[in-house]
Ligand binder design. Structure first.
Ligand SMILES: CSCCC(=O)C(=O)COP(=O)(O)O
Ligand code: MG
Length: 238
């Protein structure tokens, strides 16, 4: 009997998959929107800020950088320089305790179980890699960053582009069929599947995610484990 091998790499989206959409849109994005004008003024000599503003001017030459950044935020554009600056803004919020990432409660037990079982865990999000690290450092469940092997962002390309997943496989040295990509967005899963990755749509009722018809659907990491024969999450989902 032929059985399908268990994935050995779990590649996770953040927003709508491990963290509620409401936290990103009602807490993180407004925090960055409020902080950006002062940040740009007060850190005008910070190389990371300078680089992000130069890239903003390059990608949005018709507006002042701050206006361009605000316009991108209005449309929830997944653009590298905006994501870099948002990450810098959030760093202050996490450091002061104003921000703490409230992951879906089923996520930490699953991450721990899969890591303990020797699976490779990685993130692929539009949020910058530093912003991803901040989230997993400052969770209500403590610092979960040691569980992850990689934090991948828009430097790999957009999440709806098949080439981005090929780039991730090449960079990480992963075989496509070993990788399970979990995301709430069907277009991202379509792109990942076209690159040969295995896929699972996370459908979170509290986020109002609409289930598609192509990719296996899970409503929690426990269901992901059941669908793909992964180790069962241990400990209580808080
Ligand atoms: C680093 S998390 C902040 C989320 C974010 O900025 C975003 O645009 C959501 O991206 P995702 O790819 O996780 O849906
Ligand atoms: Mg998402």
């Amino acid at each position: 009997m032929n059985s399908i091998p268990t994935p050995t790499v779990i590649l996770l989206d953040i927003e709508g998959t491990t963290l509620p959409v409401s936290f990103v849109h009602k807490v993180l994005f407004p925090y960055a929107r409020k902080a950006l004008p002062d940040l740009i003024r007060d850190r005008a000599n910070d190389p990371a800020v300078i680089a992000a503003l130069e890239e903003t001017r390059a990608q949005g030459p018709d507006r002042e950088p701050l206006d361009q950044l605000m316009a991108w935020m209005d449309e929830d554009a997944k653009v590298g320089p905006l994501k870099a600056l948002q990450g810098i803004a959030w760093a202050d919020g996490y450091a002061s305790g104003a921000l703490i990432a409230d992951l879906f409660p089923d996520v930490p037990p699953a991450l721990r179980a899969w890591s303990e079982a020797g699976l490779t865990l990685a993130v692929y999000s539009s949020g910058s890699a530093p912003a991803q690290r901040l989230i997993y450092t400052h969770t209500t469940d403590g610092d979960l960053t040691p569980l992850f092997s990689a934090f991948l962002d828009l430097e790999m390309g957009g999440k709806k582009d098949v080439e981005s997943y090929r780039q991730i496989l090449a960079k990480m040295g992963w075989a496509a069929s070993d990788v399970l990509f979990v995301s709430d967005v069907v277009a991202e899963l379509d792109a990942a599947a076209a690159a040969g990755l295995r896929t699972c749509q996370m459908v979170r009722p509290e986020d109002g995610t609409i289930a598609g018809t192509v990719h296996p659907v899970a409503h929690s990491m426990k269901e992901v484990a059941d669908l793909f024969s992964l180790p069962e999450p241990v400990g209580k989902a808080q």
